[in-house]
Design a protein around this ligand. Structure first.
Ligand code: PLP
Length: 452
């Protein structure tokens, strides 16, 4: 067990029991889920339970936290902003934090993006992107371009449009009647390469599949949406930059918009501010959320080119983009996002990520020799160990593999929050994790994986 003497004795209130009576959590399976763990406070990379136990947050609390919990600078920015302006309608009104944040985002994002549309979570940033792409073509006199292409294994969120472009899976099955059809191209899965190629010989041949789709029906497609370099919830699959480069070329050649869903990859997670930078490509539309505020408040931004924005400027009310959420551009969230950027400017954030990447490579790669480890993947601040039933055939249990839950329970006993995606164990800590804590997490992973 991970001990922390600074942890105060916990309250005796049994929040698990009370929680079970009142709350419906995501992914609850009432008969088999362990009761939710009550967390009282958090600091740095640690979460502290009501009972005083400490847990290292090795998944950055659903991939949002990058500078550690309750970061004093983010706390201060939030407190100062709430005293000045808590919230204001963002249609017909504006405010300094939203304007400064938009300028900042445009200064660091891939070139060509020149407008910021705010919303409040990753799924809504994707809904905005899809609606924007569709209406762009209809405003431009080409309403027949209204379909979307997306990749196998993709995950873009839980709202209806985002689910539609996500791969069909256990996540979407119950909602099939609501989802629109999408042209589905082969996933950029280097471990199970659809072309049977080794990464060193890869020229993004898996995109032949998308090219065939575009050659046949680009005239009816508005956009292609991609999780650049890293398909996250679909199994932490890492693609080479060549995939993005060829995708950009194809989108240009066949006149479809390129939507980069950087909700998860944005803000350093892959080792660059945005994953598109690895390939030197600029999307037409880019979705951001999760770590945008440093991981303390919900906020999202969908960035687009000037050409797309201009297609919505008209005296004709039918050309207006009718989309707006109550909490669009919440000033407190924007203030937190601005402070997040300042932390990037003042602290060696990318050095930290590079160091984590090196440590993951050193410690996780040797696990590849184990008979039940099919693949080890590392990209920036993400380390992945994929467990398989058969190393030769690469047969694996998938998301519903109960090994995931069992591993999570074992890691929790050892004071580490890890939440495998079924047979895919990944580690993604806040970038500020210390050497001692990262080594502790990796020791537990090596120990548990060797035992499985
Ligand atoms: N897009 C990607 C690539 C994601 O990984 C996620 C969430 O994991 C989303 C969109 C949805 O974000 P949210 O959970 O904030 O709705």
């Amino acid at each position: 067990m991970l001990k922390d003497d600074s942890t105060p004795a916990g309250s005796s209130a049994d929040y698990s029991e009370r929680d079970l009576k009142a709350i419906w959590h995501p992914y609850t399976r009432l008969l088999t889920s362990p009761p939710p763990l009550p967390i009282a406070r958090a600091e740095g990379v640690r979460l502290y339970g009501e009972d005083g136990r400490a847990y290292i947050d090795a998944v950055s609390s659903w991939w949002v936290n990058i500078h550690g919990h309750s970061h004093p600078r983010l706390c201060r920015a939030v407190c100062e902003q709430i005293k000045k302006l808590d919230h204001v309608i963002f249609a017909g009104f504006t405010h300094r934090p939203a304007v400064e944040l938009a300028e900042k985002l445009l200064a660091v994002c891939p070139s060509g993006l020149s407008r910021v549309f705010y919303s409040d979570n990753g799924s809504t940033s994707v809904e905005v992107a899809l609606k924007m792409a569709l209406q762009y073509w209809s405003n431009s006199g080409r309403p027949e371009k209204r379909g979307f292409a997306a990749f196998g294994n993709a995950y873009h969120g839980d709202t209806v449009g985002a689910m539609s472009v996500s791969a069909r899976s256990v996540f979407t099955r119950a909602f099939a009647p609501l989802l629109f059809e999408v042209s589905r191209a082969a996933a950029p899965d280097c471990y199970r390469c659809p072309k049977g190629l080794a990464p060193a010989a890869c020229r993004a041949e898996c995109l032949d599949d998308l090219e065939a789709i575009l050659a046949e029906r680009a005239s009816s497609l508005a956009a292609v949406i991609v999780e650049p370099l890293l398909q996250a919830a679909g199994g932490m699959l890492i693609a080479p930059p060549a995939h993005l480069k060829r995708l950009r070329t194809l989108c240009d050649r066949y006149e479809v918009l390129f939507i980069a869903d950087e909700v998860m990859t944005g803000f350093g997670r892959t080792g660059k501010m945005f994953a598109c930078e690895h390939a030197g490509v600029s999307p037409d539309i880019m979705c951001l959320s999760k770590a945008i505020t440093g991981g303390v408040l919900p906020l999202a931004a969908t960035l687009c080119t000037g050409k797309i924005y201009e297609a919505f400027l008209s005296e004709d009310p039918a050309k207006t983009f009718y989309h707006g959420h109550s909490y669009t551009a919440n000033p407190i969230a924007c203030a937190s996002a601005l402070e997040n950027f300042r932390i990037f400017e003042d602290e060696p954030v990318f050095e930290r990520i590079r160091w984590i990447e090196r440590r993951f490579t050193e410690r996780l790669t040797p696990l590849k020799s184990l008979p039940h480890v099919g693949d080890v993947r590392v990209l920036g601040g993400v380390g992945v160990v994929e467990l398989v039933r058969d190393k030769k055939t690469k047969e694996a249990g998938g998301y519903l593999d109960k090994t995931g839950g069992e591993l999570a329970a074992e890691f929790l006993k050892r004071g580490v929050l890890l939440r495998p995606l079924g047979n895919v164990l990944y580690v993604m800590p806040p970038y500020v994790i210390s050497e001692k804590d990262l080594d502790y997490v990796l020791d537990q992973i090596v120990d548990v994986i060797e035992e499985v």
